[in-house]
Design a protein around this ligand. Structure first.
Ligand SMILES: CC(=O)N[C@H]1[C@@H](OP(=O)(O)OP(=O)(O)OC[C@H]2O[C@@H](n3ccc(=O)[nH]c3=O)[C@H](O)[C@@H]2O)O[C@H](CO)[C@@H](O)[C@@H]1O[C@H](C)C(=O)N[C@@H](C)C(=O)N[C@H](CCC(=O)O)C(=O)O
Ligand SMILES: Nc1ncnc2c1ncn2[C@@H]1O[C@H](COP(=O)(O)OP(=O)(O)OP(=O)(O)O)[C@@H](O)[C@H]1O
Length: 509
């Protein structure tokens, strides 16, 4: 079933003195009114689950989180002006009315939706989930909608773009309150949203009815947070439970978990489009010839993506299936993909003297590293030095496979610091040394300072070699390193020296 997009932009006047009766905001939520207050008399001017964001007249929603118990901050919230508190614990005698419910995480979405007048109503909402490729795919989908004449916003890892304006991003998917606020302030006709598993687990997208849902792929990641890959998958699958009954799903059929999503959705009678390398998929990726075979047209179309690599062809084909499913103009959509230039920290290449090529890429999973290094090889790299590290206090189960892929696809590797997240530098150094020592091929070494590792890797590489730096991509460093630079891009620019000009940094096919 095709989804027709209504091209009318609904302009909303943002009400300066936006406020609602608390009883109206809490509609549909089961709660105990501990103090028996008349909730029809209490106005709320805003809401937050974070005491630090509470202002005069706000409702504070206390959440038991991953690291903290929000109920600890009730007094602070009241002192900042909260006029009521919603929580899960049994509490009494607060200075303001206290309402007790069973689950404040999912209640927050419902409340925010009501407070901001269900701001998704006049928009098409596209959600992208999966381990890798969410950011790239969301930007590709955005460019397709724009090429077809729709004002499109984006909410994701790098930034949020609302009404064409870039706003900083704290998380891949914002909290429910921030998300609804973004939607409320947005005049965009389409919003493309990156949906992380953390967000799905914490009900950050609760209450959003998705018109289109994409599943890019799944591999072992965030298993410090989810107990098993099965649990991680079930969390990701929650996105599809929020898809509208007449919604469209696009699934990577080359991925075993994608096949599972496909099977479940078919059983539920949903419309699903598949992407893969098999000819029976709706979009079949023909990597060798840089084409895509479209089942509906029984025709091969040239892809001509500026972004290199099989993984980006998959991201492109997934985005194209959104266009197909919604009945957008295929030629305009293909053109949008052809013109799509790279994103910060996604296979960004810099040409150095001596025909050396430096790549900065956000790959931080085994599969991401595989695709990144494979792409470098396919782009004529004869010798590859791979510089990377492991994040502290994050899923350790993926490290061995990340190393294995590096060993297989690079000629040598340098292990260095990634974010420590509170792990001692000396402890991480020992961990990295152990990995290097246990390498039977002895292809690796440790240079703990990231900027020094990049410097040495570039200086010591033979002419014509590639130096591939993965893990941090567009992100700023958490630690301070010897060169004093703030990101891999900064470091590479600094090392380039004489001409630290952006035009020296360009994409390679
Ligand atoms: C582990 C995790 O996902 N944490 C996220 C989660 O916080 P939480 O529920 O654990 O909050 P908490 O720190 O335990 O605090 C509990 C409650 O007390 C409140 N509080 C806390 C302190 C205070 O002074 N006052 C106060 O009111 C908090 O606002 C919260 O409501 O909910 C918050 C609001 O949505 C997020 O900002 C926060 O992201 C932290 C910063 C984080 O690092 N998250 C990462 C792991 C994350 O979520 N990443 C995914 C993407 C991963 C990927 O795709 O690679 C993401 O979607 O961003
Ligand atoms: N479809 C894909 N399959 C495998 N790896 C991919 C794919 N797309 C991108 N990658 C790799 O993953 C890295 C991150 O890509 P991207 O930012 O698009 O993914 P993401 O899912 O948004 O990541 P994150 O959730 O960590 O923000 C890229 O730099 C690339 O190395």
């Amino acid at each position: 079933m095709k989804i027709v997009i209504c091209p009318t932009i609904i302009k909303r006047t943002i009400l300066e003195d936006h406020h609602l009766k608390i009883a109206d905001v809490l509609q549909g939520i089961e709660y105990l009114n501990i103090d028996g207050c008349n909730l029809k008399e209490i106005d709320i001017k805003g809401l937050s689950h974070d005491s630090r964001d509470i202002e005069e007249g706000y409702l504070f929603v206390a959440i038991k989180g991953y690291a903290e118990n929000g109920h600890k901050f009730i007094d602070e919230a009241i002192s900042r002006g909260a006029v009521a508190v919603l929580g899960v614990e049994e509490l009494s005698n607060l200075e303001v009315p206290y309402l007790q419910t069973k689950d404040t995480k999912s209640a927050l979405g419902v409340i925010a939706s009501q407070f901001y007048h269900h701001p998704f109503k006049n928009k098409k909402i596209v959600g992208v989930t999966g381990t890798n490729g969410k950011t790239t795919t969301t930007y590709m989908v955005k460019s397709i909608f724009e090429a077809n004449g729709y004002q499109t916003g984006i909410i994701g890892t790098i930034q949020n773009i609302i009404n064409g304006k870039s706003l900083p991003s704290r998380n891949t998917t914002p909290s429910a309150v921030d998300l609804y606020k973004f939607l409320y302030n947005s005049d965009d006709e389409v919003i493309v949203l990156e949906v992380s598993s953390h967000a799905l687990n914490q009900s950050r997208v609760a209450g959003i009815p998705f018109d289109v849902c994409l599943f890019t792929n799944l591999e072992g990641e965030h298993l410090d947070y989810h107990n098993s890959i099965e649990e991680y998958f079930e969390t990701k699958y929650k996105l599809f439970k929020q898809m509208k009954p007449d919604g469209l799903a696009v699934v990577n059929f080359d991925d075993d978990w994608g096949k599972k999503v496909h099977e479940r959705l078919l059983n539920e009678g949903a419309e699903v489009k598949t992407v893969g390398i098999d000819s029976f998929c709706d979009a079949c990726v023909l990597h060798e010839t840089d084409q895509v075979w479209l089942k509906e047209y029984e025709e091969r179309k040239p892809f001509d993506l500026m972004l290199p690599g099989l993984h980006n062809q998959f991201n492109g084909a997934m985005s194209l299936m959104v266009s197909e499913g919604l009945g957008l103009d295929l030629n305009k959509s293909l053109e949008a993909l052809r013109n799509f230039s790279n994103l910060p920290g996604r296979f960004e290449t810099v040409d150095f003297p001596g025909n050396k090529v430096v790549v900065i890429d956000y790959a931080h999973t085994a599969n991401g590293i595989y695709h990144c290094l494979k792409t470098a090889r396919e782009s004529s790299a004869n010798q590859i030095t791979h510089v990377f590290g492991f994040r502290g206090k994050r899923d350790e189960s993926k490290r061995e496979m990340m190393l294995e892929n590096s060993r297989t696809l690079s000629d040598k590797y340098v292990l260095t610091l990634d974010d420590l997240n509170g792990v001692k530098e000396s402890e991480m150094k020992n961990t990295l040394k152990k990995y290097v020592q246990s390498d039977p091929e002895q292809k690796g070494r440790v240079i703990i300072d990231r900027t020094q590792a990049i410097k040495q890797a570039i200086e010591e590489a033979d002419d014509g070699s590639w130096i591939v730096i993965t893990g941090k991509g567009h992100e700023e460093y958490q630690q301070t390193f010897r060169l004093g630079t703030r990101s891999d891009f900064d470091t590479v620019k600094y090392l380039f020296g004489e001409h630290p000009i952006f035009r020296e940094i360009h994409l390679k096919k």
